[in-house]
Design a protein around this ligand. Structure first.
Ligand code: XBP
Length: 246
């Protein structure tokens, strides 16, 4: 029986990669005066590298215009990442990152049903606080029994650390929880932690990932899910998640 729900953040709660982080990275490049920008397609490829700082560092290694020494590259990556996170918060506060369809309803359903929830993300904690504070209000933290971010789980997905810490904080076994994810790295992290996972595909991760209990285009509708949702017309709720994980 599923007794707790674990939420990934980027791409799952909102389209944060396409509409938030990418836009913010490019604003950071402009502000720092570096001569390159990331296209949407290039960013899609860079998403194979987990972590915004790590992603920057990876990209800098392949740029002629970037500093040649590793210490200088790391310094620049740190500066750009800090700037990026500031711009990301501005984007959230400007209301440009709405929650994805079905997310507010599933959050509310869990709260009403007394099903504990955790955040399980390897993004920077300030990004999570900005997004959830904007959408759920100043007391957003109280809606979650545990919030695990890159601060607590430095080993990024697909490492299972973030899910293992979330389970321990909730005090539930892996099979007593279900996770909502969008990306292959998140699905692998869940599988390695033994947590059943439901995938709501996002802009950058539209393809099937092996090992998910179910996958579909949106929590906002029962249409297009594999395996099929019991009631295709309605949003994905706790009962449906429990069926898929049974
Ligand atoms: C998503 C990530 C993050 C974000 C950027 O992790 O890989 O790095 O893309 O955020 P998850 P930061 O799927 O665990 O949420 O710049 O804060 O790393």
């Amino acid at each position: 029986m599923i007794r707790a729900l674990l939420w990934d953040v980027d791409g799952t709660l909102a389209e944060t990669e396409r509409d938030g982080h990418l836009v913010a990275f490019n604003r950071a490049f402009e502000t720092a005066g570096v001569p390159w920008r990331w296209s949407a397609a290039h960013y899609g490829r860079l998403l194979e590298v987990a972590g915004g700082y790590e992603r920057l560092l990876h990209d800098l290694k392949h740029r002629d215009a970037a500093p040649a020494g590793s210490a200088a590259r790391e310094g620049l990556a740190r500066q750009l990442h800090r700037l990026k996170n500031g711009f990301y918060e501005d984007i959230v506060r400007a209301g440009e990152l709405p929650l994805r369809a079905g997310v507010p309803e599933l959050l509310a359903e869990c709260t009403a049903a007394g099903v504990p929830m955790a955040i399980a993300t390897t993004t920077t904690p300030s990004n999570v606080a900005a997004l959830l504070g904007h959408h759920l209000g100043r007391d957003w933290r109280g809606r979650f029994a545990a919030v695990v971010t890159a601060a607590e789980a430095p080993r990024k997905k697909p490492d299972p650390q973030v899910y293992e810490l979330a389970l321990a904080a909730l005090g539930v076994g892996a099979r007593e929880a279900a996770a909502i994810e969008d990306a292959p790295a998140g699905v692998y992290a869940c599988r390695r932690a033994g947590v059943p996972v439901i995938v709501a595909h996002s802009h950058y991760f539209p393809d099937a990932v092996a090992g998910a209990r179910a996958a579909g285009p949106s929590l906002g509708s029962g249409a297009g899910w594999r395996p099929a949702a019991a009631v295709p017309g309605t949003r994905i709720g706790l009962e449906q998640i429990r069926r898929w994980c049974a």
